[in-house]
Design a binder for this molecule. Structure first.
Ligand code: ZN
Ligand code: ZN
Length: 640
C-alpha cells in the first residue's frame, strides 16, 4: 500500500493507506482528531476535504481553524448551510453564489423582491445551527450536466444554469446534498458540520449578479460562524470597537473631511484635514528625498491616445472618465504611470543615470459603483503616494532591498509592526523573456531574504507584465489592510519606447518598478484614524495645542501666547468663545486635541501656561510660555 505523510502541527505522521480510503479514515487509523480539530488538508493540488479519498497524494498538511485555509473551508461550508436556512424560510428564492470572505461569508440570493429583514436574523441563525448539527451534512454527488441543468431549470434558477454553462465540458459537475437541499459546488467542505457551534447573520446589502448594474439586483446576506460561542462573542465585541472607531464618524468629530451629494465619492477636505494631510505628505516627502527620489507632477487630463498606447483604454476603460478638449478625446488619469514615462523620455538616459526614482503625489480618478463607496476607503478620486523607479535588470535586487527598508521605516512610524508579505510570480500568459522573469523573481526573493522578512509565494499570481510584492499590515484591532505594492513591469517601458544607453553604447530597455507605500493618502488616513481611534500622534495631530482662556478677561494674554506658539511652528488654536472653561475643555477633548494650555490670572501675571496633557492625563501649572513651546515642539518632532 502507498505510504502517506501527514503533517499535523509540524509533526510528520507516516501511514499506509489505499488510494480509495477517505482521508478521515486515515486520520482515525493513527488516532488524529479528525473532524473535531482537523478540518481539511492541503496538498500541492489544493485543499482536500476529509471525506475525499487520499487518491495518490503522498503528503498532506492537515488544517485546523487556526489556518486561513481551515477558516476558508469552515466558512465555505457555512455558506451552504446559510443557503439551506434561507431556502427553508423563502422556498422560492433563487440561490446564486456564496463565497467565504476575509471575515465570514455571504450568499447572494434573488428573493424576487420579498426577502429577509433584520428581524428575521434570529430565526435564520436558529435554523442554521439546527441544520449544522445534522450528521453527515455534506454528501458529494457527481451528476451529469443535463441533470444538473434540468434541476435548476425546474427551480427556475437562471443563475446556476449560467454557472453550469460556463464550466469546462471536461469538468465533472458535483452537487452537495443534505436532506432535500442541493447546492452546486466543487467543494471543499467540512466532514462534520457539527463543529460549527455559533453563527451570526450580520447584515444585508444590495448586489448585482456578476457585479454588473445592468443585471438583476440580488440580496447579499452576510454572516459569520465560529467553532465556539466565545469566539463569536469576542468577534462581536471587536465589531463594536471597530464601529466606535469608524473613520467616517471620527472624520466628523475631528472636523477633517466630509462627503456631499454634489460629488458622490469625492471627499471634501476641511482645514484640519488638510493640516493632517500636509503633515503626512511633508514627512514622507523629506524621507523620499533622503532615499534619492525626485518629485514630479503630471497632468490630470491627458489624450485618449496615450491611454490607448498604455493599454488602459483597452483593459480599464469602464473605470475611467472621459472628456473632450477642442473636440479631441481626452481621459482623466486613473493611474500616474504613463505620465511618468513621458517625463522619463524628456532626456536621453544613460546607465549612469539609473536607478531614476521619480515620485508623484498623483491625484487619480476611478469610477466606482455608487453602492461600494465607503467613506475614505473607497472613493472616486484619491492621491496616491506613487513612484516609478527606472533601473537596469541588475539593479532590481539592491533597489528592492532599499525599498523594503523604506517601507519598514514608514510603517514603523505608525506602529504597524505586524506585517504579511506576498510575492506573486509568473502567470501562464506572461510577456517578456523567461530569463528576465527568472532573474527578476530571484532578485525579489533575494531582496526579501536579505531583509530577513518572512514572505509567502502566490505562484502564478503576478501580473502578465511582471512579478510583484504586496505588503499587508495589521492594525490595533488586528484587522488586515493591504497598503504597499511593489510591481515590476517589463511591458510599459517597451510600449512607450523607453531606453537608456548601456556601457556597451547600445540602447536597452529599462525595468520599471511601480510602487506605493501608503497606497493613497485618503485611504491611509482612514486606516490611521481607525488604528488610533482618532488619537493621532502629536506630529500628525491637526491641532497640537489649544489655548483656553478661563474667561474673556484673559483673551488678550491668550492671544499673545497664541502668536508665540504659532510663530514657533506649532499647529495651535485659540478658543475665543465665551463658553465656560469646562465646556471649552469638553469640546477640545471631543476633538481629541493632545495638549491644552489653560490661561488665567496667575498665568497672565507670570507669563506662563497650565498644561493639560490629555493622553498622559497629567496637569502641570505655571510653566513658562517659552518652555511650554519648546516642550511641545520636541514632543511633536516626527519620527525619522
Ligand atoms: Zn461548497
Ligand atoms: Zn505605475
Amino acid at each position: 500500500m502507498p505510504r502517506i505523510t501527514l503533517i499535523w502541527q509540524g509533526q510528520p505522521y507516516e501511514v499506509e493507506a489505499s488510494p480509495e480510503t477517505p482521508l478521515y479514515e486515515v486520520l482515525k487509523s493513527v488516532g488524529l482528531p479528525a473532524a473535531t480539530t482537523i478540518l481539511a488538508a492541503k496538498t500541492p493540488a489544493g485543499i482536500h476535504e476529509l471525506a475525499a479519498p487520499v487518491n495518490g497524494h503522498t503528503q498532506l498538511r492537515l488544517l485546523s481553524w487556526d489556518d486561513p485555509e481551515g477558516k476558508y473551508v469552515f466558512w465555505h461550508s457555512s455558506a451552504h448551510i446559510l443557503a439551506e436556512a434561507l431556502e427553508y424560510f423563502w422556498p422560492h428564492c433563487k440561490l446564486t453564489i456564496g463565497p467565504p470572505i476575509e471575515q465570514g461569508f455571504y450568499y447572494d440570493v434573488d428573493f424576487g423582491g420579498n426577502g429577509p429583514s433584520p428581524e428575521d436574523f434570529e430565526k435564520i441563525e436558529k435554523k442554521f445551527l439546527e441544520l449544522a448539527a445534522q450528521p453527515e451534512y455534506f454528501r458529494r454527488k457527481v451528476v451529469p450536466r443535463e441533470e444538473a441543468l434540468a434541476y435548476y431549470e425546474k427551480r427556475q434558477n437562471p443563475y446556476k444554469q449560467e454557472i453550469i454553462g460556463e464550466l469546462p465540458p471536461e469538468e465533472p459537475i458535483t452537487f452537495y446534498e443534505s436532506g432535500g437541499f442541493v447546492d452546486l459546488c466543487r467543494g471543499p467542505h467540512l466532514w462534520d458540520s457539527g463543529v460549527i457551534k455559533a453563527v451570526k447573520v450580520l447584515s444585508l446589502a444590495g448586489a448585482y449578479w456578476r457585479g454588473d448594474s445592468r443585471n438583476p439586483q440580488l440580496t447579499r446576506v452576510y454572516a459569520i460562524s465560529f467553532p465556539s460561542q466565545e469566539e463569536l462573542s469576542a468577534y462581536l465585541h471587536q465589531l463594536e470597537e471597530a464601529a466606535r472607531r469608524d473613520h467616517r464618524l471620527l472624520g466628523k468629530q475631528l472636523d477633517l473631511f466630509s462627503f456631499h451629494e454634489e460629488g458622490p465619492g469625492f471627499p471634501f477636505w476641511h482645514p484640519k484635514g488638510m493640516r493632517l494631510r500636509h503633515a503626512l505628505q511633508e514627512w514622507l516627502r523629506q524621507k523620499l528625498y533622503r532615499y534619492g527620489y525626485e518629485e514630479i507632477q503630471t497632468p490630470i487630463i491627458l489624450t485618449q491616445k496615450l491611454w490607448e498606447q498604455s493599454g488602459h483604454y483597452e483593459n480599464y476603460r469602464q473605470n475611467m472618465y472621459f472628456t473632450q478638449i477642442d473636440e479631441a478625446p481626452y481621459a482623466v488619469k486613473p493611474m500616474n504611470c504613463p505620465g511618468s514615462t513621458i517625463v522619463y523620455r524628456t532626456h536621453p538616459r544613460s546607465y549612469r543615470d539609473l536607478p531614476l526614482r521619480l515620485f508623484e503625489y498623483g491625484l487619480v480618478h476611478r469610477h466606482e459603483l455608487s453602492g461600494v463607496l465607503t467613506g475614505l476607503f473607497r472613493v472616486r478620486a484619491f492621491t496616491q503616494d506613487d513612484a516609478h523607479i527606472y533601473c537596469t535588470p541588475e539593479q532590481i535586487q539592491p533597489e528592492i532591498q532599499t525599498l523594503l527598508r523604506l517601507v519598514d521605516e514608514v510603517y514603523s512610524a505608525f506602529g504597524f509592526t505586524e506585517r504579511e508579505i506576498y510575492l506573486s510570480t509568473r502567470p501562464e500568459n506572461y510577456i517578456g523573456s523567461l530569463e528576465l522573469w527568472n532573474e527578476a523573481e530571484t532578485a525579489l526573493e533575494k531582496a526579501l531574504q536579505a531583509a530577513g522578512l518572512p514572505y509567502q509565494i502566490n505562484p502564478g499570481d503576478g501580473a502578465f507584465y511582471g512579478p510583484k510584492i504586496d505588503i499587508l499590515v495589521r492594525d490595533s484591532l488586528r484587522r488586515r489592510w493591504q497598503l504597499g505594492t511593489i510591481q515590476l513591469d517589463f511591458s510599459m517601458p517597451r510600449r512607450f519606447g523607453l531606453t537608456y544607453i548601456g556601457p556597451d553604447n547600445q540602447h536597452h530597455t529599462p525595468v520599471m518598478i511601480h510602487r506605493a507605500i501608503l497606497g493613497s493618502f485618503e485611504r491611509f488616513i482612514g486606516i490611521l484614524l481607525e488604528h488610533t481611534a482618532g488619537e493621532l500622534p502629536l506630529w500628525l495631530a491637526p491641532t497640537q495645542v489649544k489655548i483656553l482662556p478661563i474667561s474673556d478677561k484673559f483673551l488678550p494674554y491668550a492671544e499673545s501666547v497664541y502668536e508665540k506658539a504659532y510663530q514657533a511652528g506649532l499647529r495651535v488654536e485659540l478658543d475665543r468663545s465665551n463658553e465656560k472653561l469646562n465646556k471649552k475643555i469638553l469640546l477640545a477633548e471631543q476633538a481629541k486635541i493632545p495638549l491644552l494650555w489653560i490661561v488665567g490670572a496667575k498665568e497672565a501675571e507670570n507669563q506662563t501656561v497650565s498644561i493639560r496633557d490629555r493622553r498622559e492625563r497629567t496637569q502641570r501649572s505655571d510653566i513658562p510660555v517659552s518652555q511650554a513651546i519648546q516642550e511641545a515642539l520636541s514632543a511633536a518632532a516626527p519620527p525619522n
